[in-house]
Design a protein around this ligand. Structure first.
Ligand code: NAD
Length: 458
């Protein structure tokens, strides 16, 4: 059932955020054009092939072909657009600052082709530093001036909070939608765009059912600056929460406690909450590391040190070394050993390997002279493409990665790792050592099977 008042929406940048948002808005009844300057990506999407792994995405791509189109050309549909959403990447520069070159390139393209009789509302959905809404406005105005054109238009901030692996779920059923603008007309149009989500008037796609007990999301309206800061504050908080439990994992190990039990014990306190309290090899991915670096950079510019966030980053760096230390404690000598590594993606249900702990762990093991065999259910091809220089053996199953290995290291908590035939796997290994970087395996069971099991903080 299509319920939205149809808007013409252009999404610039068709990656994890742009593709998910575009398909969801198309499903809700809007007319969506997804733009990307990556020819191969657009070519695949035009043929109905998803470019990322994300639960439910293939189905939506297939069922949505009339409402969502894909193109490399921003200019074609821009004159008719009601809303342009910027969803391009905002990677880190070497100094931690955010590289806004992709955002500014899109802004220049918008300025070059914008219909001044019908200017669209422009939305920054990319995670961008404080002041970027104004910066995008300035860049567009400069281009308009060069065209000898002028008009008034609005750039709003609408940060994205989706989690990879649950991206469609989070888009259809968010906790809140944050819109930063002081322009009432723009706010109304954005509210119209999100109306089916805010009011939950749509029939859920089969692949993305509405969660039981889900209540309507809040629309949080703020200034653009507050909206920009909300995104960084949220990610810095979540990253700090993980680093916090990881710091306590270290003391749990010293005193003989189990950090999983500790996390459960504190997480049931409603003031704390159970999320993001899983001790392990630390956070990675395309957002936390770069967003933490970015807000630290901003804070240094304002001479306003964020000590807690800085510490969270340090703890996270340390955490990645833990699995190597644990291998040294159990295996003793790493040079010449074969290590079977389970999981390349930075978390389960995604093929995203950006800043995944696996990258550092594999490199460290290779530097130390180990032979490394890896298995990941989904992320293997992306990893292979991104790190062709790493001399590793790609396997087709966890059992194959473990075979004749001296130790198995688990780095991503994919569901299928819950149910591995450990007895059989153990028989095929050279030494029965497991380092569980996600604390997901049943330590008692594995010890009974004769494994030397080490987790993080257990
Ligand atoms: N991935 C997430 O989980 C997530 C969650 C919340 C917010 N964000 C933020 O959203 C933004 C996008 O993240 P992503 O993970 O989707 O990135 P991505 O790298 O997956 O996708 C970005 C896309 O933009 C395209 N692009 C670059 N320059 C372009 C241009 N000039 N014109 C058209 N397309 C262009 C790239 O080809 C790429 O396909 C980032 O700022 C990120 O921090 C990401």
């Amino acid at each position: 059932m299509k319920t939205a008042d149809k808007l013409n929406i252009i999404i610039a940048g068709t990656g994890y955020v742009g593709l998910t948002t575009g398909l969801a808005l198309g499903y809700l009844g809007h007319n969506v054009t997804c733009v990307d300057n990556n020819t191969a990506l657009i070519d695949k999407l035009e043929r109905g092939i998803s470019t990322i792994f994300e639960p439910g995405l293939e189905e939506l791509l297939r069922d949505n072909s009339d409402d969502v189109s894909f193109t490399e050309e921003l200019f074609e549909d821009l004159p008719r657009a009601d809303i342009v959403i910027i969803a391009v990447g905002t990677p880190s520069k070497k100094n931690g600052d955010t590289d806004l070159s992709f955002v500014e390139a899109v802004a220049r393209n918008i300025g070059a082709a914008m219909n001044t009789e019908h200017p669209p509302v422009i939305i920054n959905k990319s995670t961008v530093p404080i002041g970027t809404a104004r910066r995008v406005e300035t860049v567009i105005k400069e281009v308009l001036e060069r065209r000898g054109a002028a008009c008034s238009f609005c750039v709003a901030s609408n940060p994205e909070f989706l989690r990879e692996g649950a991206a469609l779920h989070d888009t259809f059923y968010p906790d809140r939608i944050v819109v930063g603008t002081e322009d009432v007309q723009a706010l109304n149009l954005i509210r119209q765009m999100y109306a089916p989500i805010l009011e939950q008037t749509f029939t859920p796609p089969q692949a993305v059912p509405r969660p039981e007990g889900y209540s309507l999301p809040a629309l949080v309206t703020t200034s653009p600056t507050s909206a920009e800061l909300i995104k960084y504050t949220a990610n810095a908080f979540l990253a700090t929460k993980i680093s916090f439990i990881n710091e306590f994992a270290a003391i749990a190990e010293k005193v003989g406690a189990d950090i999983n039990e500790v996390a459960k014990g504190i997480g049931l306190d409603k003031r704390i909450g159970p999320g993001f309290l899983k001790a392990g090899v630390g956070w990675g991915g395309s957002c936390f590391p770069k967003d933490v670096r970015s807000i630290l950079f901003t804070s240094s510019q304002y001479n306003c040190e964020l000590q807690l966030v800085q510490a969270a980053l340090e703890v996270n760096r340390r955490q990645r070394k833990k699995v190597i230390e644990k291998l040294q404690q159990t295996l003793k000598v790493i040079r010449g050993s074969t290590i079977g590594l389970l999981g390349l993606a930075f978390k389960p249900n995604t093929d995203d390997i950006r800043e995944s702990p696996a990258i550092d762990v594999i490199q460290e093991l290779l530097d130390m002279g180990a032979r490394v065999k890896v298995y990941d259910p989904i992320a293997r091809e992306k990893y292979k493409l991104a790190y062709p220089e790493q001399n590793i053996v790609y396997c087709n199953s966890a059992a194959e990665a473990a075979q004749e290995s001296d130790a198995v290291v688990l780095l991503t908590d994919w569901d299928e790792f819950w149910h591995l035939p450990w007895e059989k796997i153990g028989d095929s290994m050279s030494q029965k050592i497991i380092v569980d970087g996600r604390n997901m395996l049943n330590s008692d069971e594995l010890r009974q099977l004769g494994f030397t099991y080490t987790g993080i903080g257990r």
